[in-house]
Design a protein around this ligand. Structure first.
Ligand code: RAM
Length: 524
């Protein structure tokens, strides 16, 4: 699995302090709310439920203070919906004066499975430190426990590891102060007669809101950072809902603040303790920086930002063009050079080629707005890349685009080629219908790619099929208990995780928030 990790030993970052301070000045305000748990629950094995675990309400969480707990005691609270914030609670001794510290274990879960299966069983390839659990000692009782870390959760399990033979403990005032920079009061309610689409819209907005922090985070549980591919989709959803356009601007400037010495935009950024570009560079994500700038300018007409970020946006395209072989096709690679989707079997060549074309089209429009002398050159490149794609990647007999030396037919290749408008509109429609009929084996694994599937269907005029796909995917997630949409979801294999365990998956994930964009933008 190590090919899914990049380590660049000689990474040289060229910091642009002007851009970084511009981004800093766009730091959003935070909204806070105090939320208390609703119920005391138990988790039960239930094969009909996702991951095999269901919840059952025992009683109102208001009754918690009626109970006291000694060594081995535990309870689980359900806050009723997904939250991102800071937890506190009051703990009081019951019985003799506490003659030993209290030893507690707290486990936070976005899903019931996190309350049921021990994290010690996790042995995936990304760090177990993302699993949200703490053990702590409380020396002074009664006292208030205030956890310094921000958590992403709906459920909280409290286990008393030990008190002493002389005292027990009771809990009270459990609360979470939620934090977000997304002001839901600014979002217009969707008037729609389809109840399921309304619900999908609502959950999308909640997903986006919970990911709106100092930046558009990808997931508040994991990875809690700014990824280009996620940002692009969050920004699109944001234009139709929160319109926190300065937050998009801030994120664009953050990326522009730390390119490397070749001019590459990093695939993701850390923002604390100070801005750091991860040493990960992905072909598609770098191009999506350029596309995100285009989307931003379309949404805001902010030509000043366009002019400032244009050189870097253009540079991403230039670097991508350097990867073309003598035929005009992007060079394939065995390593993690382009993301596209979490599918082990997926060959990235054709979808990457399509993303280059998709980005070229938008870069040309930006060049035109800026009256840049690069426009003619870009137009020539676009034509050459399209010609090469038709000649080398289109298979007339199969009626599909192929990818890599094995000429793989994947869903992702067709979808991205349709977005790239390599073929004429009628031909694109045929490709999408052919795709849905033939269902090639190398399918989609993330809401990220499902977004591009649904949008491709809309773009070719297959609105009904788009709605059907959306309902079968995001609607199904809601039926499986989603309060916020998940990072990974395969309706045919609900245990799917590219990381080695569903325990580490994120269940509130930026790139799955786009149905609100699709529903509102295209009036589905
Ligand atoms: C995972 C996350 C993130 C995504 C990257 C490529 O780590 O889900 O959101 O952008 O993959």
């Amino acid at each position: 699995m190590s090919e899914k990790i990049q380590k660049v030993a000689d990474q040289v970052i060229v910091r642009n302090e002007t851009f970084i301070s511009k981004a800093e000045r766009l730091m959003p305000e935070f909204l806070k709310e105090t939320v208390r748990p609703q119920s005391l629950i138990k988790i039960e094995e239930n094969p009909a439920k996702i991951h095999g675990w269901g919840t059952e309400v025992i009683e109102s969480a208001d009754h918690l203070s009626n109970y006291d707990y000694g060594k081995g005691g535990q309870f689980i609270l359900d806050f009723g919906t997904h939250l991102v914030g800071y937890l506190s609670m009051k703990v009081s001794p019951v019985g003799s004066p506490p003659d030993a510290p209290l030893h507690l274990k707290l486990t936070f879960g976005e899903m019931p499975v996190e309350m049921a299966e021990p994290f010690s069983e996790y042995n995936g390839w990304i760090s177990s430190s993302w699993l949200q659990e703490e053990t702590l000692h409380v020396d002074v009782l009664p006292g208030v426990i205030e956890l310094p870390r921000r958590y992403s959760f709906r459920y909280l399990k409290v286990e008393v590891l030990d008190t002493s033979k002389k005292y027990r403990v009771a809990f009270d005032n459990v609360e979470c102060i939620t934090v977000t920079s997304g002001d839901a009061s600014l979002v217009k309610e969707l008037a729609h007669e389809d109840a399921m689409l309304k619900e999908i819209d609502k959950v999308s907005i909640k997903t986006l809101q919970d990911c709106m922090q100092e930046v558009f985070e990808d997931g508040p549980k994991r990875d809690r950072r700014l990824w280009v591919g996620d940002l692009r989709l969050q920004a699109l959803a944001n234009y139709e809902t929160f319109q926190a356009n300065d937050l998009v601007k801030r994120c664009l400037y953050l990326f522009a603040g730390v390119p490397d010495d070749k001019g590459r935009v990093a695939a993701n950024l850390f923002i604390a303790p100070s801005l750091i570009a991860d040493d990960t560079y992905l072909f598609d994500y770098s191009l999506l920086f350029t596309t995100s700038l285009f989307d931003y300018v379309e949404a805001t007409n902010d030509y000043e930002t366009l002019a400032e970020l244009w050189p870097l946006a253009y540079r991403q395209v230039e670097i991508a063009l350097e990867r073309l072989d003598e035929r005009g096709i992007v060079k394939d690679d065995e390593t993690w050079w382009s993301f596209i989707d979490w599918n082990e079997k997926l060959n990235k060549q054709a979808p990457s080629q399509a993303i280059l074309i998709y980005t070229l089209r938008r870069t040309i429009k930006m060049a035109a707005l800026l009256k840049s002398d690069k426009q003619a050159y870009l137009e020539k490149q676009l034509q050459a890349v399209i010609d090469a794609t038709k000649e080398h990647l289109w298979d007339e007999d199969l009626g599909f685009f192929v990818s890599g030396s094995d000429r793989q037919v994947s869903w992702a290749s067709q979808i991205w080629m349709v977005h790239a408008e390599v073929s004429a509109p009628e031909a694109n429609r045929k490709i999408m219908n052919h795709l849905l009929a033939k269902k090639p084996e190398v399918g989609l694994t993330t809401p990220y790619m499902y977004h591009y599937l649904v949008e491709a269907l809309i773009l070719v005029g297959e609105k009904e099929q788009a709605i059907e796909q959306m309902k079968a995917y995001w609607g199904e997630m809601i039926k499986d208990g989603a309060d916020t949409f998940w990072e990974l979801y395969d309706p045919a294999n609900k245990s799917f995780s590219p990381y080695g365990s569903y325990l580490i998956n994120s269940y509130c994930h930026a790139w799955s928030c786009t149905p609100t964009y699709l529903i509102r933008k295209y009036a589905l």
